[in-house]
Design a protein around this ligand. Structure first.
Ligand code: NI
Length: 181
């Protein structure tokens, strides 16, 4: 059964136990997320759970779809930066200047690819209190926001690579997966 359905019925502690990071091959990861209708106590429970999972895996960003909930929200926590929440976000401006960086993803453990992205962005979203905000981001934060934003449309960083590079990485990924079994 889909986690999103269970979410309405189960106590939060069980939801946390059921929350898993979906990895490549999961069809859910390729779904388009739907807008969050109400930012309420349930949303905050979900966010708490997501921050716990992010911390446990040592990641810098996580979208709700990665834990099986196709909702337009994601979180970031980069090093000493504060915990950030982006609900129903829109990237409204991007710089012409692009930069490259070796990007990874908790849904594709063990592989990284050099991805070009706009260096600076302006994003509009709602926070966990339901308050709208607009912010400018640069550097690693801009990158993580764009990466997580892509998840809301069902996109993964490997989609941005050339076919040759993607196949090479996917081969490595499959090999790693087999070696872990
Ligand atoms: Ni990711």
């Amino acid at each position: 059964m889909r986690l999103i359905i269970l979410f309405n019925y189960l106590p939060f502690i069980l939801i946390l136990l059921l929350m898993r990071i979906l990895t490549l091959g999961s069809e859910t990861l390729r779904e388009k997320s739907a807008p969050v209708k109400n930012i309420d106590g349930e949303t905050n429970k979900l966010l708490t759970g997501m921050f716990e999972i992010l911390d446990k895996h040592g990641g810098v960003g996580l979208a709700a779809i990665q834990v099986g909930l196709p909702l337009r929200l994601f979180i970031t926590k980069i090093g000493n930066d504060t915990q950030r929440v982006f609900i129903n976000p829109s990237i409204i401006e991007t710089s012409e200047e692009l930069t490259g960086y070796e990007e990874g993803c908790l849904s594709l453990p063990g592989i990284w690819g050099n991805i070009m992205r706009p260096k600076m962005i302006r994003v509009q979203a709602w926070n966990e209190k339901g308050k709208p905000f607009t912010m400018d981001a640069d550097g690693i934060l801009a990158r993580v926001i764009q990466h997580e934003y892509d998840h809301l449309g069902g996109a993964l960083f490997i989609d941005k690579l050339s076919e040759g590079k993607r196949e090479q990485l996917l081969k490595k990924y499959e090999k790693l997966k087999k070696s872990k079994k």
